[in-house]
Design a protein around this ligand. Structure first.
Ligand code: GDP
Ligand code: MG
Length: 447
């Protein structure tokens, strides 16, 4: 959803990249463009102004780090500020600690924002063996609302309780919640009624419900596609009901990102989750650092390379490999080496998460399971050294042979080669980005 913003920012920052020093003048010129790009992305005017002021201060105030160009310095400043805007670089975590149990999570928002869908997604995400999660639907006004929740519960094999028409959401709601808990639910996800627009009756009802249920978490669901309206909605809800976090849905759509960029600053609400599609698995934790990377078009490949560099024993040893990687000259042998190193670096889910979104989605390891990485290695192992060095020679018959040799399908071999291609393109486009060089980065790490 940040594509348009990325497309606007890239040339502006690129132009600065070649410059030796940041001056009042070239910084101002670039920042005018950055400001325009933010406004076009539907970022709140006040937020955009404050953003620009802070970047200017950092960019002009920072000491020039040796070996880092002015442009990089500037990109670093924009990046740091974007991270701040999106919620800072503190760790994002699920709303429930495993094992804590006994929680009520209330979900609210306007009609159509994605509340019911989110309840299903969250239930799926938080489900663990031995943890009983139940769904509670408190919309007695629209029969279809209850049916939708019941369907989701059926799919996930969870107990669901919904109100009948005419029941009072507050008294009946509290009673149903207790019943579910009495029946063993450790976690009750409470879906509430929405309205098309913010209205007083709804707010009163939600306020009363909140007071009666005393949920541990109150999550406000906001449709990212509605841009600044989402921000206004957030202000209206938080003024009446104490919320603990926001969920931004429909980030897969063509939302321009204004909501995500303005929410923290205007409503003071941390964005905890991002909805990225209609399916139950389309839910992610919202990582400000990764979002900022994506906006600036850099993925986290930089972090990935750096992590791998550290593993391999320092900069000197890897300077050459790093240079080749960022020049897009790395071979499948390097690719395999990277994968091996990654495997020794810690939980795979962390690592896959660092790949740029488009790449991570296509990684066989996207589901973050060890076996697909093993498969990836097996395929590369089945290639001849020549093929690893010059993947372009791998034609159809070689693909078949490699597939046979590794016990994998030709499609999987094709998939790997495609990934390698993408990684190479990505690496090339990284050249010259902050941290995309050997020089020390003047700003905090990307994640
Ligand atoms: P509610 O009225 O707030 O309960 O909203 P629903 O959960 O019924 O969702 C409204 C519509 O938005 C449905 O068609 C959902 O499939 C869709 N929806 C919900 N979340 C997402 C999302 O993250 N991405 C996309 N593309 N659609 C979503
Ligand atoms: Mg609903």
């Amino acid at each position: 959803m940040f594509d348009a913003l990325t497309a606007r920012l890239t040339p502006v920052l690129n132009r600065l990249r070649g410059r030796g020093v940041l001056t009042e003048e070239n910084v101002s010129e670039a920042l005018r463009e950055v400001r325009r790009a933010l406004l076009e992305a539907d970022v709140n005017v006040g937020v955009a102004r404050a953003f620009i002021d802070r970047v200017r201060e950092t960019a002009l105030g920072a000491e020039i780090t040796r070996g880092v160009g002015a442009g990089q310095q500037m990109i670093g400043a924009v990046h740091a500020e974007l991270v701040r805007l999106l919620g800072g670089d503190e760790e994002v975590r699920d709303v429930v600690d495993p094992g804590r149990g006994g929680s009520r999570i209330m979900v609210l928002g306007l009609q159509g924002s994605g509340k019911t869908t989110f309840c299903g997604k969250l239930a799926r995400r938080l489900s663990r063996p031995g943890r009983t999660i139940s769904l509670l639907g408190l919309d007695p006004y629209r029969p279809a609302a209850g049916e939708q929740l019941s369907r989701l519960g059926g799919k996930l094999d969870l107990a669901v309780s919904v109100l009948a028409a005419g029941e009072d959401p507050v008294t009946a709601g509290v009673q149903r919640c207790r019943e579910l808990e009495g029946a063993g639910a450790e976690l009750v996800l409470i879906d509430t009624a929405g309205r098309q627009t913010v209205d007083d009756r709804l707010m009163d009802e939600l306020g009363a419900l909140h007071a009666a249920l005393e949920p541990q978490q109150t999550l406000l669901v906001l449709d990212a596609m509605t841009g600044q309206d989402a921000v206004r909605t957030a202000a209206a809800f938080t003024a009446r009901v104490e919320c603990t976090g926001a969920v931004l849905t429909k980030l897969d759509g063509d939302a321009r990102g204004g909501a995500a960029l303005s929410l923290r600053e205007t409503a003071g609400l941390p964005i905890v989750y991002a909805g990225t599609g209609e399916a139950l698995e389309d839910l992610d934790l919202f990582h400000p650092g990764r979002m900022a990377d994506r906006i600036l078009g850099m993925g986290d490949v930089v972090t990935l390379v750096e992590k791998a560099t550290q593993e391999a024993g320092g900069e000197e040893a890897l300077a050459e490999e790093g240079r080749r990687f960022l020049g897009g000259e790395f071979t499948l042998e390097d690719f395999r080496e990277q994968i091996r190193r990654l495997r020794s670096m810690g939980p795979l889910s962390d690592i896959v998460g660092m790949l740029p979104g488009q790449l991570a989605g296509k990684m066989p390891g996207a589901g973050a399971d060890e076996s697909s990485i093993v498969a990836l290695e097996a395929i590369i192992d089945s290639m001849t050294p020549e093929e690893r060095r010059r993947p372009s020679i791998i034609n159809a018959s070689r693909r078949k042979r490699i597939a046979r040799g590794s016990g994998r399908s030709v499609q999987e071999v094709n998939g790997l080669l495609k990934q390698y291609d993408m990684m190479q393109k990505m690496a090339r486009s990284l050249k010259g980005r902050p941290g995309g060089r050997r020089g020390r980065r003047p700003f905090p790490p990307l994640t």
